[in-house]
Design a binder for this molecule. Sequence first.
Ligand code: HEC
Ligand code: HEC
Length: 307
Amino acid sequence: MSDKTPEDKVRPPERQYPDPRAKLKQEPPTTGHSWDGIEEYDNPMPRWWLWTFYATIAWAVVYWILYPAWPMVSGATQGVLGYSSRGEVADEIAEFEERNLAFFERLNETELDDIRDDSELQSFAVNAGASVFRAQCSQCHGTGGAGVQAAGYPNLLNDEWLWGGTMEDIHLTIRYGIRNEDYADARWSQMPAFGQDGLLDEEEIDQVVHYVLQMSGQDHDAELAEAGFEVYDWNCASCHGVDGEGDYFQGAPALNTAIWLYGGDYDTLWESVYYSRFGIMPGFADRLRDAEIRAVAAYVHQLGGGQ
Ligand code: HEC
Ligand code: HEC
């Protein structure tokens, strides 16, 4: 049996290396500042933080040199790259212009009626025309081209036309407009103000309005309408047609359909006949480029009613 007691057991040597935890427990040095007993440690910044900080300073200096940076009395320092965000936009616009130029030339060189046979050109024209329409026409004709009846802005989606719905007709209408003073070639016609100018008395107007109601298939007084036929034949047929079919040449709307420029109820018809109307559309010959007018004509033509 061994006489060694447990106390005599060989012990492992004392650990000589420092315990890392011991160091943590040590208080770091302080800066000596103290506020209400709270002391400020004097820890060094982490390396990675410092270097990032220096890098941002270097970046700022490089940026000042390359790009517009410091505000001066008038404008700012320009930077050696000559960059400006306005210039960037101008470059982009110029790039688009250049891409469109070839199409614009092709549009100008193609006969109006042949544009739609060239599917690539047609699709360019319709897209470009749609954006012209949004900018120049929608305030009157509505964003979708449905018009505003109360104001006499015609619907461009149907196949009823005042001045004709071929490409040539539409193009001419857009180029010079209607009843404006700006273009000698503007479309022009004027319906007499039958009541206001004493051409018809109120009884005759009542009769002819009932005749128009009959012609357009609405409720009417048959007796008045019959008397109205004669008034119509004498005073209206020369412009609106014997059967009320309208006349593109005079921009006279058809009166024998359910589509109205100003409205087809009794009161509105009465007003149209008594005071007449004088719808004005501006011309675009000086406001848009030729190619843009051709494009927007192509757009309107394909809206639904092109002839
Ligand atoms: C200030 C309002 C106004 C603007 C802007 C305007 N129009 Fe018009 N447009 C009218 C009026 C009003 C008429 C109907 C005139 C009349 O009674 O004959 C009309 C008629 C037309 C017609 C003839 C319709 C038909 O049935 O024959 C076409 C086509 C047309 N506009 C296209 C355009 C296009 C395309 C633009 C944009 C480039 C445009 N308009 C801009 C007011 C406007
Ligand atoms: C000189 C040609 C002319 C004569 C004659 C004429 N009109 Fe018109 N009429 C027009 C024109 C052009 C318009 C469209 C006016 C505009 O767009 O501003 C119009 C518009 C109308 C309208 C509005 C139609 C709508 O869609 O809202 C009615 C209704 C109408 N005329 C009825 C008559 C009646 C009834 C007579 C006869 C008593 C008559 N017109 C005689 C040229 C004429």
